[in-house]
Write a protein that binds this ligand. Sequence first.
Ligand SMILES: Nc1ncnc2c1ncn2[C@@H]1O[C@H](COP(=O)(O)OP(=O)(O)OP(=O)(O)O)[C@@H](O)[C@H]1O
Length: 296
Amino acid sequence: MQFKLRNVSFAYPGSQTTKDALRNINLTIGSGQFVVLVGSNGSGKSTLVKLLLRLYRPSNDLDRSKYPAPVNTSGELLMDDQPLSSYSETSLRQSMAVLSQDNTIYPGFSLGENIGLGFSPLISDDKTLQDAAKKAGAKEVLERMKEGANTVLDPLSKFYEFNIKQQDNLHPLKKALEELRRPIEVSGGEKQRIVAARTFMKFNSGNIRFLAVDEPSSALDAEAEEFLFDNLLKEREGKTIVFVTHRFGKLTKQADLIVCMKEGVIVESGTHTELMRNDGEYKKLYNIQASAFYTT
Ligand SMILES: Nc1ncnc2c1ncn2[C@@H]1O[C@H](COP(=O)(O)OP(=O)(O)OP(=O)(O)O)[C@@H](O)[C@H]1O
């Protein structure tokens, strides 16, 4: 999947900020390229990813008969040389996968189903579920639970008590009720692993041509993060991948293209070696992180 952005500017509807979230973005992402977006907080990385996923659109790219034009947005966004807006929502959702900071576990579904929803035709296929869980580091989470993949964190059930006196703590049904009401808690990092497994499950459709990864690892420990990122890159097989990260080093060194953003504009782009030769923003950010590991 190839993307071309031509003079794309974008402001969030109703935004109170003085500058647009993206300004005059010109960028080509080649088919099968691994692109890493870096830059300081608020520089527009997530907004750019949301435009590629068509969660928002620049106004020239909209069918104006259907949408009122939002202010301050303009430009052209092409996917495989056609306006992104010309593709059906369904075909886009089927060909794109996203892993973001959102770690929603759907209530009423078991952990296994939460993973399986990534590709519902195989939701009951235990081997595929376990494989997806393993690649995301979620296997240990399932193994830790008494009921494994059948664990439901929030069953969305209501329980009523009749004829059990409040003060009768010895009543056997009272104890059973308390057990039923107790929510099952998992940590933020464990939730992120389950959600990541859902993305690996989605790859089973065989239709994914674009993967967007937007800082999904804020709650993961360093080992889990490296394991997840390595496994995501193993799924590359011709997919175009755009990765948003604040961590420099391993990922940026492997990238075909690093796009460095600041205050809504692209300030530099190139490979790690090229950008380290420039005395620009990327080198500055890289050196700040690297200095934390220097010995004094
Ligand atoms: N939903 C929104 N409504 C209004 N303004 C928004 C919204 N989301 C982001 N912004 C603004 O758009 C700008 C770009 O935000 P964006 O989230 O794209 O930055 P980012 O580079 O991904 O930041 P971070 O590294 O902190 O995740 C910021 O000024 C931000 O405040």
